[in-house]
Write a protein that binds this ligand. Structure first.
Ligand SMILES: Nc1nc2c(ncn2[C@@H]2O[C@H](COP(=O)(O)OP(=O)(O)OP(=O)(O)O)[C@@H](O)[C@H]2O)c(=O)[nH]1
Ligand SMILES: [Mg+2]
Length: 489
């Protein structure tokens, strides 16, 4: 029933359950409730609202959930009525009232639900819920040690920030086994959702990649957008891509990721398709179906093939000119673009966000003796780099194979620098690039006490790209390493 008391849907189930259909046509209002209440029967006396009922109440943000007991004779018995509660010191999520008979219900529902929404709005308002930006709950589920979970959540929060998503809550759920149907238990999901309601959340981001089945189930269970880490990274890439080739690569990766997740039609799907702030792939988000997605993939692949041909020509051309390429590689946000700018006096985009660089640029760099190299900036690496993304960027990354030398730039001030170095090395190995000579460059030393320069940075070139420290030594060692690597040159 809607707020005005009109019956909007009649559902028929069996004696154990009913299936609640897609409710997306009912938008949530200011207080975040659905504007619909569900009134259903429970066959047999003494059966109050069960956990499933209360879970649906919370996950679907219904105005209320009520069950009427029906006895042997088919006559109505007691009524159980539940509504969500605003946050309270006891941590109770809902309130259940029982009336002996439907005629005994004396609740002025209108006034009641208006008051409830007003209360929720007040709480959201106190937390400064704005209209535009996405507000996310981050969920990490795993059985690893605390520091591992913290690091992973911190990185997920950084990714969210880079996607202009505000993080309103982070949740760490300890699990020994992932739930095959929805990653974490329904009870925990419900808790997350309830909290999300009061924090004005619009999005849930899972740190673990969701299987197509899990993604669909969770999206169906709750009415927030649901994405995983891979989709968040894809979303950032979609925002950052500037060149036609980059844009196609990202959209292809997004579509390939979504394809197995598109089962059936409806909200669950549009919520999966939506991306953040409507930045999902494709133009028409609501009525995509698998056939159309496949057509679009085929079209994009054709266009990409044509662009790649041009790229191959340019590569050949460059090879003929004979300039050795020195590629700046490293973990995202390590300062690669800043270093390129410093060394070559250029002005490519460098920003305090993950994946600021997507479209690689290169600039000439000459030694005092007159050797000239092409210094190339690249896409940053990240641990668990989504496979689809690596495939998509294969063409761009292929150019790394042309490099005579890698400058592996490390954020020396990162508490996780050792792991970040390892992640980069692992990706290089996987790409078959382990034999390209490397020079380790520890950047951001301006943020470090000299005494803390140790571990992996001992013996590395120490620089501050920001302050321009250590660049002479870097140039000297760069050209020396190049001479060692290419004795003929
Ligand atoms: N303190 C300090 N900050 C630096 C230094 N080098 C770069 N940064 C900052 O680190 C942030 C990232 O720099 P970028 O050059 O964009 O890093 P990147 O490795 O190109 O990052 P992506 O392209 O996003 O992978 C920026 O805010 C820079 O100002 C440095 O030597 N010291
Ligand atoms: Mg960059």
């Amino acid at each position: 029933m809607d707020r005005a008391g009109f019956v909007r849907r009649v559902l028929v189930g069996d004696h154990t359950s009913i299936l609640i259909p897609d409710l997306s046509a009912w938008r949530r209002g200011g207080g975040g409730l659905r504007g619909l209440r569900c009134l259903h029967t429970h066959l047999g006396p003494g059966r109050g609202l069960d956990t499933e009922d209360l879970t649906d109440l919370a996950l679907l943000r219904l105005d209320a959930m009520a069950a009427v007991e029906v006895g042997e004779t088919g006559h109505a018995g007691a009524v159980h009525f539940a509504a969500l509660l605003p946050p309270n010191p006891d941590g109770r999520q809902w309130d259940v009232q029982t009336y002996p008979h439907p005629a005994a219900v004396d609740l002025p529902f209108d006034a009641f639900v208006r008051e409830l929404e007003g209360e929720i709005r007040r709480i959201q308002g106190a937390r400064d819920v704005e209209g535009q930006e996405e507000r996310a709950i981050l969920v990490h589920a795993g059985g690893g040690p605390r520091h591992e979970a913290e690091r992973s959540l911190a990185e997920l929060a950084e990714l969210a920030r880079s996607a202009n998503v505000r993080v309103v809550k982070t949740v760490w759920q300890r699990v020994t086994r992932y739930h095959p149907a929805h990653l974490i238990g329904r009870g925990k999901l419900r808790e997350v959702l309830m909290e999300g309601l009061y924090l004005g959340a619009t999005l849930v981001v899972f740190d673990q990649d969701l299987t197509p089945v899990q993604a669909n189930n969770i999206a169906r269970m709750m009415d927030l957008k649901v994405i995983d880490r891979t989709q968040l990274i894809l979303d950032i890439f979609a925002r950052r891509a500037r060149s036609r080739e980059g844009k196609i690569q990202v959209e292809l990766a997004q579509l390939r990721y979504l394809l197995p997740r598109l089962v059936g039609r409806g909200t669950a799907m549009s919520r999966l398709m939506g991306g953040i702030g409507g930045r999902g792939p494709g133009e028409t988000q609501l009525e995509v179906d698998r056939r159309r997605v496949k057509q679009r993939i085929a079209g994009l692949e054709r266009e990409l093939r044509a662009l790649r041909k041009g790229r191959r020509e340019r590569r050949k051309h460059r090879a003929r000119r004979g300039l050795p390429v020195v590629s700046i590689i490293g973990y995202t946000n390590a300062g690669k673009s800043t270093l390129l700018n410093r060394l070559t006096g250029s002005d490519v985009l460098a920003e305090d966000r993950l994946f600021a660089t997507l479209d690689p640029t290169s600039r000439r760099l000459s030694s005092p003796e007159g050797t000239t190299v092409l210094l190339a900036d690249t896409v940053g690496f990240i641990r668990h780099m989504p496979r689809d993304l690596r495939v998509a960027f294969r063409a761009t990354l292929e150019e790394l194979a042309d490099a005579a030398l890698f400058l592996h730039v490390v954020d020396a001030a990162s508490p996780y620098r050792a792991e970040e170095i390892a992640a980069v090395e692992r990706i290089l190995d996987e790409m078959g690039l382990q034999d390209v000579p490397r020079l380790l460059v520890c950047n951001k030393v301006d943020l470090l006490d000299p005494g803390r320069i140790n571990g992996p940075c001992r013996g590395a070139v120490l620089v501050s790209a920001l302050e321009g420290r250590g660049l002479d030594e870097l140039r000297t060692r760069l050209f020396a390493a190049l001479r060692a690597a290419r004795p003929a040159a």
